[in-house]
Design a protein. Structure first.
Lengths: 240, 646
C-alpha cells in the first residue's frame, strides 16, 4: 500500500504499520502521525492479510490496526494481535475500534495485556492520544480507552459465575483498590495493611485470574477491567 | 379419526363420523377445507353402501322382467289348472308360480349386485323357462310329452346354475359332471322316453299317473326294457347327484371363509334338492315307494324344490350382511392403526386372505408399488386376482391384490377398497397438514432469518459509511483544533462542534447496535446479552452459562426476546427494579429467563407491555416456547425454552 514520506532516520524511534479499511479514517491517521517526528509509517494497509504481509516485510515496532476489516469485517484487529503475540512477542499493537463494548478490550487482553492498547477511533485525533498509546505499547505497557472504562463504571450488571468468585473478600478489596487506580502503598494505607501484604494479595489475585506472565502495569489494567466488568463498582479511571 | 360409528342396521352404513362434524379443533380456514375434503372422501365410500342397493329405483328392464315373470307365472298356473291332470293342480299351480317368481327375483337381485355377471340373467332366464313345465300337465299328448321332456334341459340348467355359481363359469370338474349327466341321459332317460306308454312329470304334485295322456313318442312297448332303462336312469341320476354333492362338499371345504359365506346358502339348498331328488326317484322307480306328495320322499322333494331358489337370495343377503360386519370391524381397526402396514393388516384380516397386498398407484411414474416402494406388476388381462380403485378424479389410487376366490365377492372388495382408500386418504391429508405446518414453520423461520440478515446488512452499512465518515470528521476536527490558538473564539466553536459530533457518534453507535449487535454474530448469546445488559440503566444480575455457538436463527430469536424483556423491565418495571437474566442448558433444550421485581402487570389486560407478542412470535418462529407471567406488584417472569437438536 502507500507509504508515508520518509523521515529523518535520526529522529525516528517507532516504525509503524497502519491497517484501516476506511479511506477517510486512514487519511486521518496519516495526518495525525505525520505530525510526529518520532514515528515513521512504513506502510498503510486495508485488510488483515495485507497487514500480516506488511509486518513480515517491515518488521515494524508497532502495529496500529482497525478492529474490523475485510475479509470478515468482525474482529480482524484482535486476531492480528493474537497472532502477533505468538509470532512477535516484542511487537506492540494498538487496536483502534468504534466499539465501546468492553468485551472487545477484554478479548484483546485475553492472552496477555503487555504491548496492547485498545483505543476508540474517534479519539485518535486528540493530541498525544494515539502517540501516547504507541509509546506505551512499545515500552511494554497497556492502554484502555477511558470511554471503555466508563461503560464498565456506569454499567450496573453483576455476573454470578465470574472468575472473581474465587477471590477472598480481602483480595476483592485489594482488587477494588487496584481498579480505582491506587498504588500499592495507597491500597495498603486505605485497608490498614502492610505494603507487603498488599503485594501478596495482588500476586494471588493475578494467579487466580490467570495473569501470570505480563508486566505488572498491564496485569493491573486487565485485573481492573475484569473487576469492573464483573462488579461494576464505580471508579475514576483506569487509563494509563 | 378416533370415534367412528359402527355400522348400523339402516342405510347409513358409512355415514360421517361424528368427530368430523365438529370444527372446534379446526379454527383456521385451511383446516375446515380439509375437514370438508374428508367429508367428500367419505361420500366416495358411501356410494357403495351395500344395503341401500335394494332401495334403488327399478330400471325399465327390471320392470319388464318383473312383468314378464308375473305373466309367465300366471300363465303357467292357468295352464296347470286348465290341464287338470296334475296330482294336485292347485298345489302344483301355486308352487310353480312361486318358483318362477322366486327365481326371477333372485336373478334380478344378482343382476343388481353384479351387473357385469351373466349369472343374474341366467337365473331370470331359468325362472321364465320353468313356466314351460306347465306344459307337462296338459292333456294334448305331444305337448304333454314334450312338456315333460323339458325337465331334462331344466335339470341340466339347475346343474349348471349350482356348479357355475357364482362366476357363471364351469370349471373342469363341473364340466365332467355335466358330461356324465349327459351320458346318463343318453343311456337311461332318452331310451326310456321311447319305450313307455305315458310320460309323467317327476314333481309329486304334478304327477298325472293314470290321467296321463298316451306318449306319442313311444316306438316300442317292451315294458321290461322300459323298466330297465328307467332303472338305469334312476341309478345314473343317483350317481350324478352323488358326484355333484361330493363336488360341492369338496369345493365348500376348500373355499375361503368369505367364499363359503357366499356358497353356503346356495350349496345347502342345492344339496337338499340333490339328495331328495335321487332318493325320491330311486325309491319310486326301484323300490316302489309311494310317489305322492304326502309321502316322506314326495314331501321332501316338493319342499326342497321350493326352497332351492331361495338359496340365491340368501347368498346375496348374507354377502351384504357380511360386508357390513366386515366394514364395521375394518373401521374400528383402521381407527387404531394409522400406518400403511396397519391398514394392510386390517385388509388381510377382513378379506380373510393372509396374502392380500395393497398396491399404491404412483401417478407420475404410472405404476403400482407395494408398501415398501417395490414395483407391483398387475396382469391387465387377468383381473381375477386384483382389483383397482379410483379416486374422485378417475385416476387409480390403489389396488388390492387378492386371492382369486375374492373376485366373486365384489361387494366385499368394493367396500374394503373404499374403506382402505378412505383410510389412506385420511392419512395422506393428515400428512399434508403436517407438511404444510412444517412448511409454514420453515417459511416463518426463513422470514426471521431474512429479517436478521437485513438487520446485519443495515448495521454493516451504517458502520461502513456514516460511522466511519463521522469518525474521520472527528479526527479532522481534532487536528484542526490543534491548529487554532488556544482560548480563541474558533477553538470554542470547534469544541462545541466536537461535543455535538461525539453525541452524534454515540447516537449512531446506539442505533447501529440496536439494529444488530455485532457481538451476537461474532461471539454468541452470552457475550451479546452481557453487552445488552450493560447498556440498560437498571441493575442486571447475569447468570449466563457459556452456551457456545448455536444456529443463527436461535441466537437471534433468543437475543431479541431477552432484549425485549430487558427493555420492558427497564421501561415499565419502576425505579428500583432489579433484573435477573439467566441462560442455561438443559438436555437438548436452551433455556433462558428474564425476571424482574418490578411493578408487574395484569396479563391479558391493556395496557400490556408492548413487545409481548414480539417475544412470542420470535421464539414461536424457531419452534420454541415462552411463558410470560406477571401480576401487579409481583414483577414479571419471562421464561423460554428452545429445542436444539444435537
Amino acid at each position: 500500500m502507500s507509504t508515508a514520506e520518509p523521515k529523518n532516520a535520526q529522529t525516528v524511534r517507532y516504525r509503524i504499520v497502519v491497517a484501516e479499511d476506511a479511506y477517510l479514517v486512514r487519511e486521518g491517521i496519516r495526518q495525525v502521525l505525520a505530525q510526529e517526528d518520532e514515528v515513521e509509517v512504513v506502510e498503510f494497509c486495508s485488510d488483515l492479510s495485507s497487514l500480516l504481509q506488511a509486518v513480515d516485510r517491515h518488521e515494524p515496532d508497532v502495529v496500529v490496526t482497525d478492529i474490523r476489516m475485510p475479509p470478515s469485517n468482525t474482529d480482524e484487529g484482535i486476531r492480528a494481535a493474537a497472532s502477533l503475540r505468538a509470532s512477535r512477542p516484542e511487537m506492540g499493537v494498538v487496536v483502534i475500534s468504534q466499539y465501546v463494548s468492553p468485551h472487545y478490550a477484554i478479548k484483546l487482553f485475553e492472552d496477555g495485556s503487555a504491548r496492547r492498547a485498545y483505543l476508540l477511533k474517534e479519539h485518535i485525533g486528540h493530541r498525544n492520544h494515539l502517540m501516547g498509546a504507541i509509546r506505551e505499547v512499545a515500552s511494554g505497557g497497556s492502554v484502555v480507552d477511558p470511554a471503555v472504562v466508563e461503560v464498565l463504571v456506569e454499567s450496573r450488571t453483576r455476573a454470578k459465575n465470574s472468575p472473581l468468585a474465587h477471590l477472598t473478600p480481602r483480595e476483592r478489596e485489594v482488587l477494588a483498590g487496584v481498579a480505582e487506580g491506587k498504588s500499592n502503598a495507597a491500597i495498603a494505607k486505605s485497608l490498614f495493611l502492610t505494603k507487603r501484604a498488599v503485594e501478596k494479595n495482588i500476586n494471588s489475585i493475578f494467579a487466580k485470574l490467570d495473569l501470570a506472565d505480563d508486566t505488572d502495569v498491564s496485569r493491573r489494567v486487565v485485573a481492573s477491567l475484569m473487576f469492573l466488568a464483573e462488579t461494576g463498582v464505580p471508579v475514576q479511571s483506569v487509563s494509563s | 379419526m378416533t370415534s367412528r360409528t359402527p355400522v348400523p342396521e339402516d342405510s347409513t352404513v358409512l355415514d360421517e363420523p361424528a368427530a368430523l362434524d365438529e370444527p372446534v379443533a379446526f379454527d383456521a380456514v385451511p383446516w375446515t377445507v380439509s375437514a370438508r375434503e374428508l367429508r367428500a372422501d367419505h361420500e366416495v365410500g358411501s356410494q357403495l353402501r351395500p344395503l341401500r342397493l335394494a332401495a334403488r329405483r327399478p330400471t325399465a328392464s327390471e320392470l319388464t322382467i318383473v312383468v314378464a315373470a308375473v305373466a309367465a307365472a300366471a300363465a303357467a298356473a292357468a295352464v296347470v289348472l286348465a290341464g287338470g291332470i296334475a296330482a294336485s293342480p292347485d298345489g302344483f299351480a301355486f308352487i310353480l308360480a312361486l318358483y318362477i317368481l322366486v327365481c326371477v327375483v333372485a336373478g334380478l337381485a344378482w343382476r343388481r349386485a353384479r351387473p357385469w355377471s351373466p349369472y343374474g340373467l341366467a337365473l331370470v332366464a331359468y325362472g321364465l323357462a320353468v313356466s314351460l313345465y306347465a306344459l307337462g300337465t296338459t292333456t294334448q299328448p305331444l305337448v304333454h310329452s314334450l312338456g315333460v321332456l323339458l325337465q331334462i334341459p331344466g335339470a341340466f340348467f339347475v346343474f349348471w346354475l349350482v356348479l357355475s355359481f357364482p362366476s357363471a363359469r364351469l370349471d373342469s370338474a363341473g364340466r365332467a359332471v355335466i358330461a356324465l349327466a349327459g351320458a346318463v341321459l343318453l343311456v337311461g332317460c332318452l331310451p326310456a322316453v321311447f319305450l313307455v306308454d305315458s310320460l309323467s312329470p317327476t314333481q309329486p304334485l304334478a304327477r298325472c299317473a293314470a290321467r296321463c295322456p298316451a306318449n306319442p313318442l313311444q316306438i316300442g312297448d317292451s315294458e321290461s326294457l322300459a323298466r330297465l332303462f328307467g332303472h338305469v336312469d334312476a341309478v345314473g341320476h343317483a350317481v350324478v347327484y352323488g358326484l355333484i354333492l361330493t363336488l360341492l362338499a369338496v369345493r365348500f371345504a376348500r373355499a375361503s371363509r368369505p367364499r363359503r359365506r357366499l356358497l353356503g346358502p346356495v350349496y345347502l339348498f342345492a344339496a337338499l334338492l340333490f339328495v331328495s331328488m335321487p332318493v325320491y326317484q330311486v325309491g319310486v322307480n326301484l323300490f316302489g315307494a309311494s310317489p305322492v306328495a304326502s309321502s316322506p320322499a314326495g314331501f321332501a322333494l316338493t319342499a326342497t324344490t321350493i326352497l332351492f331358489p331361495f338359496g340365491f337370495i340368501a347368498a346375496i343377503v348374507f354377502a351384504y350382511a357380511y360386508v357390513g360386519a366386515a366394514l364395521a370391524s375394518m373401521v374400528r381397526e383402521i381407527g387404531v392403526s394409522a400406518s400403511v402396514t396397519g391398514v394392510e393388516r386390517v385388509v388381510r384380516q377382513v378379506l380373510d386372505d393372509p396374502k392380500a397386498q395393497l398396491a399404491f398407484w404412483l401417478p407420475r411414474s404410472r405404476r403400482y408399488v407395494d408398501r415398501h416402494g417395490r414395483g407391483v406388476v398387475l396382469d391387465e388381462e387377468d383381473t381375477s386376482t386384483w382389483r383397482s380403485f379410483e379416486g374422485d378424479d378417475g385416476e387409480p389410487m390403489l389396488a388390492i391384490v387378492h386371492d382369486a376366490a375374492l373376485d366373486e365377492d365384489p361387494e366385499l372388495m368394493d367396500a374394503v377398497g373404499a374403506e382402505t382408500m378412505l383410510a389412506l386418504e385420511n392419512r395422506r391429508l393428515q400428512e399434508d397438514l403436517l407438511d404444510s405446518i412444517t412448511a409454514l414453520r420453515a417459511s416463518r423461520k426463513r422470514l426471521v432469518a431474512v429479517a436478521a440478515a437485513e438487520r446485519r446488512k443495515i448495521e454493516r452499512d451504517l458502520h461502513d459509511s456514516a460511522q466511519q465518515l463521522l469518525i474521520a470528521i472527528r479526527i479532522q476536527l481534532e487536528l484542526a483544533r490543534g491548529e487554532v490558538g488556544p482560548a480563541s473564539k474558533l477553538e470554542r466553536q470547534l469544541d462545541r462542534i466536537a461535543a455535538d459530533l461525539d453525541r452524534a457518534l454515540d447516537e449512531l453507535r446506539s442505533v447501529a447496535h440496536g439494529i444488530y449487535p455485532p457481538l451476537l454474530a461474532e461471539e454468541g448469546l452470552a457475550a451479546a446479552l452481557t453487552e445488552a445488559a450493560r447498556r440498560v440503566s437498571v441493575p442486571v444480575e447475569l447468570e449466563l452459562e457459556d452456551v457456545g455457538r448455536l444456529p443463527e436463527e436461535i441466537e437471534t430469536a433468543v437475543y431479541y426476546c431477552c432484549l425485549e424483556a430487558l427493555q420492558n423491565a427497564t421501561k415499565h418495571g419502576g425505579s428500583d427494579v432489579v433484573v435477573t437474566m439467566r441462560l442455561w442448558w438443559e438436555p437438548h433444550l436452551l433455556r433462558f429467563s428474564v425476571s424482574d421485581d418490578g411493578v408487574g402487570f395484569v396479563p391479558g389486560q391493556s395496557p400490556e407491555p408492548t413487545g409481548l407478542t414480539n417475544m412470542l412470535d420470535r421464539i414461536g418462529a424457531i419452534g420454541g416456547r415462552v411463558s410470560i407471567r406477571s401480576a401487579p406488584g409481583r414483577g414479571t417472569d419471562v421464561d423460554g425454552a428452545v429445542t436444539v437438536s444435537p
